[in-house]
Each structure stands twice: as C-alpha cells, then as structure tokens.
Design a protein around this ligand. Structure first.
Ligand code: GTP
Length: 218
C-alpha cells in the first residue's frame, strides 16, 4: 500500500514585529520570518480598518512574491507555504495613529488618551499561492487616567516609541491599560482566533502548524 506523508504547511511571518513572532511561538507555531520592508508612508485609506488591511495586504504580497521567486529558482522546496502579513493602528477620536514619531509626540498623545478609550485595529492577510484570505480584528482599549509624571516616565523607557498607538498591553504600558473589549492578541498585533479562521478559509487547520509533538515541550 502506498503511503503519502503529509508535509505540514510552512508559515512565513512577513513582519519584523518581535511581539507577533512571540505570540505565534507561544501558540506552538514556529514561523519563518521574512520582513517585507515595504514603504508604508505613501499608503492612504478612508478608514483605520481600510488602512491596516491595505498595509497587511502589501506586506504579505511583497513577501509572497519573494517566496514564489525562491520556489521557482529552486531555493525553496515547493509545498504549502502560507504568508501572513499584519498591520496595527490605533483609532482615537477620529485620528489614526501608528507608531509615534518621537518622545514629544508620544507624550502629547498620552495626554490626550488618558482616561479615554480608543480602538486598536489589526489587519491580517494570509496568502497561499494566488489565493488570499484577509480581515481586520479590532479591540477597544480603555486607558487609565495617568499623570504627566507617569507619562514622562513611560516615554523615558522608550517602549511607547516603537509600537502602534504608543502603548503596549503586555509590557510596561500594561499598567496604563484599564480594560479591553476584544482579544489581547489583536492589541499586541496578531489575533490567533482570526488566524485560525483565515487558515480554514484557505483549507488548513491551525493544528497543522503546531510544532511536531516532540518539540512542543520546547
Ligand atoms: N508587545 C506589544 N507590541 C505592540 C502592542 N501594540 C502594538 N505593538 C507593536 O507595534 C507594532 C505596530 O507596527 P506595525 O507597522 O504593525 O508592525 P512593525 O513592528 O512595524 O513590523 P512590520 O510588520 O514588519 O511592519 C508591531 O510590532 C506590534 O507588535 C502591544 O500591546 N504589545
């Protein structure tokens, strides 16, 4: 009887985000990382959701094109390669915020955000060959009414400068987030339940991506 060993699909994370990679690793998935390096500055959209989705699509497509070229050139074995691109933005009182440009911008934003709420939108785009599944996950974030001294100290840590919305929920900034309505992963930059749905849309189960049993212990 012939047997056909099922080669598990390969997930390529088209993101430089260490937080996204850690989320996947903690969920039992060891992605390959290929940073898209796209220029995000010239992309515009009507809404925060449209913007993060378009950016996620551009990141995923840029890396998917490189993966295809590597397969055609024989540098990568053919097989099921799934490329995931993500992008996160904060929608706050009608404004759309990415990462703050500098400490002064981070300080000013926090003075506006404190005691208020915003929506962290994360666009996800999963590409397999010439098929794409994409969607946006959104989480409402309620910010604590922090003092100027707390804001100054937080900005001085440098953490808010490199993250969308100038805050983290799983880092030092966690003390300044009172509650959320939605998934924490969406705030951090990748919704695992949404990834599960997008994988299913492309005919895969997230179970296929879990590391082989012998390595699940890590
Ligand atoms: N750890 C953590 N990171 C966050 C949080 N909120 C936003 N981020 C990060 O802020 C960054 C948002 O910028 P993006 O443009 O989406 O992604 P990037 O880091 O520039 O990386 P690329 O996907 O290569 O563009 C991502 O790295 C997110 O993981 C959070 O609450 N916790």
């Amino acid at each position: 009887m012939r047997t056909r060993t099922q080669v598990p699909p390969r997930l390529v994370l088209a993101s430089a985000s260490p937080a996204r990679r850690k989320l996947l690793q903690a969920a039992g998935i060891e992605p390959e990382v290929l940073v898209s390096g796209i220029d995000e500055s010239d992309i515009r959209a009507a809404t925060a959701e449209d913007l993060c989705l378009e950016l996620a699509r551009r990141k995923a497509q840029a890396v998917a094109d490189r993966v295809l070229a590597a397969i055609v050139a024989g540098h990568l074995p053919p097989g099921d390669t799934l490329v995931l691109g993500c992008d996160s933005v904060l929608e706050f009182q009608g404004e759309v915020y990415g990462k703050p440009g500098d400490a002064s911008e981070a300080f000013k934003r926090w003075q506006r955000m404190r005691g208020q709420w915003g929506v962290l939108h994360t666009g996800h785009c999963l590409i397999k060959g010439d098929v794409r599944a994409d969607a946006v996950a959104s989480t409402v974030v309620h910010f604590a009414d922090v003092s100027d001294e707390e804001i100054a100290a937080y900005v001085a840590t440098g953490e808010p400068l490199n993250v969308a919305g100038a805050f983290t929920i799983d880092g030092i900034g966690g003390a300044f987030v009172e509650r959320i309505e939605g998934t924490a992963g969406t705030v951090i930059g990748l919704s695992l339940p949404l990834l599960r749905e997008l994988l299913a849309d492309l005919g895969h189960s997230i179970v296929e991506l879990w590391r082989q049993p012998q390595t699940l212990e890590g």
